[in-house]
Write a protein that binds this ligand. Structure first.
Ligand code: GLA
Length: 430
């Protein structure tokens, strides 16, 4: 009896100490959990408008996101990129540029929330942003609290002007600040893959860029050299990014995604290239952040970005980034395991000629080491749904005694146009 009482008392004493001191005072705060369980979706101002942003444009974009069904399709974040900033005041607090945003960012966030959207903002771990506005270095907590007070939901945090700064320390500091500020904010790390963030950022951010900046290019831009023989900066193309982001698939998962940069759909590539770009980002479980002018886009662009079945590949709850099974000349064979035993299959033709391909499903069998799954094409019959059927010949499977569109023992002949994809959702037939 005495012993039990003693034990109880000491337990009480220990928990009292923990209640007062739940963590070491110098321990950084954890990241916000439960955000980006599937890759984040939204729009960002940079790819189309650079720093030429203002309240009218952002509100018009929000209105279009609602009107065109983009919000319903899942695009809920509207993100201001570089160039919203005014000056810091005497106490060091950052303010918006009141010429560009006369009603202020708080009012803009309220507008988003009233329309079923969320507001994203942009800053930088260094002294300055990439476009030379004020960075957050030395003001991390002040900035995080300011964003939280404004009602911001998303922070993209860049890596310009960070000489001698330790990236893990800098991103952990902002993670702590965001947590301390008390408002759940998605933390999008943007250091271009320079310090291999996939190896250290899963507990720090909700996504991390894996590459340099994307440009409106499907094919790689040729390297040129400056007068000192050093290669000049060049934008990354869709094909470059596929090669850089694919090998990192094991690092991605719910709440922590590889970010191969924002979409360039609708910004000047051909419709085929846009379709291929969009589909492959979905195959790679990438954040889907639109980057075009939503107030002025073609029907084809809208059809691409709102293809629900392709978006569902990206947003599949299993959260496994797809893999490139093989490259055969200009052809690339991509698979992504989906929930309920399904697979997404995407055949990319990166070459200049339209190509007819015979898919012998059994010969495409493999085991994915990451998910431990195999399509088992010789035993499992799949119903194959063509997700972009407007762009290819009708599905054409031939196998004796098989229904159209089933795979065991079947071969499927498809025409893959140049710089385009053929994409199927393969659902096992019970
Ligand atoms: C960097 C980022 C871009 C964009 C610009 C803004 O280059 O990688 O995505 O945010 O800065 O200046």
């Amino acid at each position: 009896m005495k012993k039990t009482l003693l034990l109880l008392l000491s337990l009480l004493a220990v928990s009292a100490v923990f209640a007062q001191n739940p963590r070491r005072p110098d321990a950084p705060l954890p990241k916000w959990e439960g955000i980006a369980e599937t890759p984040q979706m939204g729009w960002n101002s940079w790819n189309k408008f650079a720093t030429n942003i203002n309240e009218d444009l952002i509100k018009a974009t929000a209105d279009k996101m609602v009107e065109l069904g983009l919000v319903d399709a899942g695009y809920v974040y509207l993100n201001l990129d570089d160039g919203w900033h005014g000056e810091r005041d005497a106490q060091g607090f950052i303010h918006e540029d009141r010429e560009k945003f006369p009603s202020g960012i708080k009012a803009l966030a309220d507008y988003m929330h009233e329309h079923g959207l969320k507001l994203g903002i942009y800053s930088d771990a260094g002294t300055n942003t990439c476009a030379c506005y004020a960075g957050s270095l030395g003001h991390e907590y002040q900035d995080a609290f300011t964003y939280a007070l404004w009602g911001v939901d998303y922070l993209k945090y860049d890596w310009c002007y960070t000489k001698d700064i330790n990236p893990i320390g800098a991103y952990t500091l902002m993670r702590s600040a965001l947590r301390a500020a008390g408002r759940p904010i998605l933390f999008s790390i943007c250091e271009w893959g320079s310090n291999k963030p996939w190896e250290w950022a899963a507990d720090i951010g909700h996504s991390w860029r894996t590459t340099g900046d994307i440009g409106v290019h499907f094919l790689p831009v040729p390297v040129t050299y400056d007068e000192n023989g050093r290669p000049r900066w060049r934008p990354q193309s869709v094909l470059d990014i596929l090669d850089q982001n694919e090998p990192l698939r094991a690092y991605a998962g719910p709440g922590h995604w590889n970010d191969p940069d924002m979409l360039e759909v609708g910004n000047g590539m051909t419709v085929s290239e846009d379709r291929a770009h969009f589909t492959l980002w979905c195959m790679m479980a990438a954040p889907l952040i639109l980057g075009n002018d939503l107030t002025n886009m073609t029907e084809e662009t809208l059809a691409i970005i709102t293809n629900r079945e392709v978006i569902a590949i990206d947003q599949d709850p299993l959260g496994i980034q797809g893999l490139r099974l093989k490259k055969e000349g200009d052809l690339q064979y991509w698979f992504k395991p989906l929930s309920d035993g399904a697979w997404a299959f995407c055949l990319l033709n990166a070459g200049p000629e339209d190509t007819t391909v015979e898919l012998d499903w059994e010969s495409l069998d493999f085991t994915d080491q990451l998910s431990g799954r195999s399509p088992s094409f010789s035993e499992t019959n799949y119903q194959a749904k063509d997700l972009w059927n407007a762009s290819v010949k009708p599905f054409n499977t031939r196998a004796k005694g098989k229904k159209r569109g089933q795979t065991v023992g079947a071969k499927t002949t498809v025409l893959v146009p140049s710089h385009d994809v053929v994409t199927y959702r393969l659902t096992p037939v019970k």
